[in-house]
Design a protein around this ligand. Structure first.
Ligand code: BGC
Length: 706
């Protein structure tokens, strides 16, 4: 099958002139390559990203065309999908994206982003799934399959170790090879092998001194030779630096952000080197063959191709389901949640995020959403006019951010940030500029909100704050985990006058909560959860939906507790040493006894589950030797709910060189009150000589085998 495909691609490639072949291996537009009309080979049309299909730009400038037909379904970000711990939902979300990409006439969707969340400060964390390679791979694979069933290629990115934005174009990652293979590569392996990703994007950064997009080690040795990958490898936009190296490497397509397409390294410069015999033409042929094979797989060169569709009612339903399951109930100490809508006559929502849309931000992941339900809209919609919902912003954003506005005149000069994204090393740590005017305004907003909250008018006060895409953004990292815009002060003051306040935070990675966490009895975390995020949040707050999200990452008390910072380096300089080795995320915290605010896998429900005896069993119909962990789970509470049962492999005898425990399986199950189910969890990895721990989170272990 594979051979036949290759033979066909080779035969077609043999009919192409050098000029035509060169046209196919580099950008001829910002998001497309050149086709060969005489042979019916179309251009390859690409678009970002994972939260939806991006708006269309002019072929040669970053000016949005401004179509009125490129509004789309806005999906939950990858971190939100990861928080669902639901493989089926991940697949359905992927299918929405694939259908929309096809519906919009795209051949490739530039996602999902599957880099490991090494530090909570990475600006693109919201585009990534988790700090855990197994969880990332388990969700990315069905997502990719979902996309590709629509004859659209998923392009997993960014291969590899693209774990920070600071100096992203140049930073050289120094990570031990065994660590690379244990932590940073497995999700890509799963994406390629189990997910069948037809395309992969090289990262901007360097690894072992080589730029990833032209790396011999990553692209040839690992991808092509070890993993036997015959899909297409595309560069990140502007990630190619050397014609010879790129030509000789396994990279197939060079893309960039500038419009001098003929001057791309794999354009005229390569053509010259081939003509003078310095680079063998076979190198070009090999790239073209990969591209043609991809086109055949997508039925672009004949055969029946799926049509796709976008903005359908079904898509909106799916993104709502995913959003619902992504909400994480972090704390509900006094059982204030869920709120009873019947008892609410007047409520107050405080916080800029309550009334803020996020779709159109964050960098290349930006979405021109058909609509976006904010938390405030979601609450109003749910209460249906039977309760007065007042809003107070409580805080406001800074008007000026370092980095977005170099000269400080309040204007960002480029039509689109991406146009200048290759300047200055490509990324920085974004520090909030001192801005007295914004501070003054915040003082007033804070006073107003606290005064309202203190009045006896309200049955309930709900605070909705956290981060936005000024912090969670491509091209920059956060300096620390502190909540921006003096929100800590605001939350403290609000909790003083309303100790029963519900606190909701939104963001792509955790924030410091130390100043008020002990006072906040009810705490909910939501991510950038797509166009129905506000609906889902309201449904959780008012008990229409029982929360079932679990943290796909550790919520540290401070970034200083994260191993990338306290053992390794982040963001480093020209080089960044991953000195923490395999001790990433909970692997570090659990091995060294460090308490996070909320641990990996944590997430509460409005019901309770009890765990029966756990056993190791083989399952009928499965390959002999495949080990399953089984356990009977009972919903012992009063509401229907979903539980994610997590399996961790733990050391029996302490070995300080390896993590104390690692996630090795999970299953999500729905149970009605009183209902019991036997759960089968496939064990990933070698359980020999290990203790097998089953639980509701990494630190709420209910049963141990062995
Ligand atoms: C990003 C990629 C994105 C590409 C195209 C780059 O800035 O790193 O993730 O797919 O632009 O927009």
């Amino acid at each position: 099958m594979k051979k036949e495909l290759r033979d066909r691609a080779e035969a077609l490639a043999a009919q192409l002139t050098l000029e035509e072949k060169i046209g196919m291996i580099h950008g001829a537009e910002l998001f497309a390559t050149q086709g060969v009309e005489r042979l019916g080979i179309p251009p390859l049309r690409m678009s970002d990203s994972t939260m939806g299909v991006r708006q269309d730009f002019e072929p040669d400038s970053w000016k949005a065309i401004g179509h009125n037909n490129d509004f789309v379904t806005y999906l939950p970000c990858c971190s939100a999908l990861a928080a669902t711990w639901n493989r089926k939902l991940a697949g359905e979300a992927g299918s929405v994206l694939g259908a929309e990409a096809r519906g919009r006439g795209k051949d490739v969707i530039l996602g999902p982003g599957i880099n490991i969340k090494r530090s909570p400060l990475c600006g693109r964390n919201f585009e990534y799934f988790s700090e855990d390679p197994y969880l990332t791979g388990e969700l990315a694979a069905p997502f990719i399959q979902g996309v590709q069933q629509w004859d659209v290629a998923a392009c997993v990115k960014h291969f590899a170790v693209n774990n920070q934005e600071t100096e992203r174009l140049w930073v050289d990652v120094d990570v031990d090879e065994d660590v690379l293979r244990e932590i940073y590569l497995p999700a890509f392996y799963e994406a390629v092998k189990a997910g069948g990703a037809l395309m992969i994007m090289g990262a901007y950064n360097r690894l072992y001194g080589e730029h990833c997009c032209q790396s011999d080690f990553l692209l040839r040795k690992v991808l092509r030779e070890e993993w036997d990958y015959d899909g297409v490898i595309v560069s990140d936009w502007g990630g190619v630096h050397d014609t010879r190296l790129a030509a000789l490497s396994e990279l197939d397509i060079e893309m960039s952000v500038t419009s001098d397409f003929d001057q791309y390294k794999l354009a005229e410069p390569l053509k010259k080197l081939v003509e003078t015999g310095e680079i063998p033409e076979e190198r070009v042929d090999e790239k073209v063959i990969h591209i043609l094979m991809l086109m055949m797989r997508l039925h672009m060169l004949g055969g029946e191709r799926k049509r796709g569709c976008y903005n359908t009612e079904e898509h909106r339903q799916t993104v709502l389901y995913a959003a619902r399951e992504s909400v994480v109930l972090l704390k509900n100490e006094k059982g204030h949640l869920p709120l009873n809508p019947e008892k609410c006559h007047r409520i107050l929502v405080v916080g800029d995020n309550g009334d803020c849309t996020h779709a159109n931000g964050g960098g290349s992941g930006e979405i021109k959403a058909l609509y976006e339900i904010t938390p405030l809209m979601g609450i109003q919609k749910l209460l249906g006019g039977n309760c007065q919902v007042d809003f107070a912003p409580g805080y406001c954003r800074d008007r000026v951010y370092a980095g977005s506005d170099e000269d400080g005149d309040g204007k960002v000069s480029a039509a689109n940030w991406q146009e200048t994204s290759l300047e200055n090393g490509g990324g920085l740590v974004k520090v909030q500029k001192e801005d007295e005017a914004s501070r003054q305004q915040r003082r007033i907003l804070r006073q107003q909100a606290v005064k309202l909250a203190a009045s006896k008018e309200y049955d309930q006060v709900i605070f909705v704050g956290g981060l936005n895409h000024d912090q969670d953004s491509e091209g920059s990292d956060r300096p620390d985990m502190k909540l921006p815009y003096e929100q800590d002060e605001l939350i403290c003051e609000l909790l003083k006058v309303r100790p029963d306040m519900i606190t909701v935070l939104q963001g792509g990675s955790s924030v410091e909560m130390g100043q008020w966490i002990d006072q906040a009895h009810s705490l909910v975390w939501c991510w950038y959860a797509g166009m129905e995020g506000g609906t889902a949040l309201a449904e959780v707050l008012f008990g229409k939906v029982n929360p079932s999200g679990k943290l796909p990452e550790s919520f540290y008390k401070s970034h200083r507790d994260c191993s990338a910072h306290c053992v390794g380096e982040f963001p480093g300089g020209d080089k960044v040493r991953y000195g923490e080795g395999v001790f990433v995320g909970y692997r570090y915290l659990d091995s060294f006894g460090i308490e996070p605010d909320f641990c990996f896998g944590h997430g509460l429900s409005y019901t309770e589950f009890s765990y029966g005896e756990a056993r190791l069993e083989e399952k009928e119909g499965e390959q002999p030797g495949t080990v399953f962990v089984t356990c009977e789970i009972v919903n012992v509470g009063e509401r229907t709910g979903k539980e994610t049962i997590q399996v961790y492999l733990r050391q029996r005898v302490r070995d300080k060189k390896a993590p104390y425990q690692t996630l090795a399986g999970f299953e999500k199950v729905e149970l009605a009150p009183g209902e019991k189910k036997k759960i089968w969890i496939r064990l990933h990895g070698n359980g020999k000589d290990r203790e097998i721990a089953l639980g509701s989170s990494s630190r709420d272990i209910r049963k141990v085998i062995g």
